[in-house]
Write a new protein. Structure first.
Length: 189
């Protein structure tokens, strides 16, 4: 019985105490560190094994790979932290309504991640990305007739939307890689 307790205590020490000294950052991620005395540190920890002060510093991993923000009828809006949205309702220049679906490819700027965590928080999708995407898709779409958006001016709409989102997101540490409109469904009525 005493041996089992010793093994449990050893396991506790190995898992909770010694593990607390290390931050393991996998490829495609970076870590930011929150220090109880200094707040969010400006230094970003790149992939590898790093040391931290247990109980005094907390590490948070951030994905630096290309992120897909899917706008689709299959998206569950109740899961607000997920990357994506339901189809966006627009009103075109000629007064017609439609639903737009597509994909926006985003990436977090590695050097701005401490700023994002400090000033926006972990909920940057629901606070910044989703409302901005909805607003800008509606704004850009309102400059064109619906038939033009659906047919030969689609690439121009994507380009303008990308430029508009870049303008807003860049200062917040979010990079826009591409805009891909997949479906535009005219609504009746």
């Amino acid at each position: 019985m005493s041996e089992q307790i010793d093994k449990m205590m050893y396991s506790f020490v190995m898992e909770d105490v010694l593990k607390g000294f290390f931050i393991k950052v996998p490829p495609g991620y970076v870590a930011c560190v929150y220090d109880l005395g200094r707040g969010v540190l400006k230094k970003v920890l790149r992939p590898g094994l790093h040391l931290k002060v247990p109980f005094w510093q907390k590490a948070k991993l951030f994905n630096t790979q290309t992120l897909e923000y899917n706008i689709s009828g299959t998206f569950d809006i109740r899961k607000i932290k997920l990357m994506g949205d339901e189809p966006i309702k627009i009103v075109s220049k000629d007064g017609k309504t439609a639903l737009i679906e597509g994909t926006i490819l985003l990436r977090l700027d590695v050097d701005q991640i401490p700023h994002i965590w400090q000033n926006i928080g972990e909920e940057f999708v629901e606070k910044i990305i989703r409302p901005t995407v909805r607003s800008r898709v509606r704004l850009i779409s309102s400059k064109y007739d619906l038939r033009d958006i659906i047919s030969f001016m689609r690439d121009e709409v994507e380009t303008q939307l990308k430029q508009e989102l870049e303008r807003i997101f860049y200062q917040r540490g979010i990079l826009v890689e591409n805009i891909l409109l997949s479906e535009i469904k005219a609504m009746k009525g």
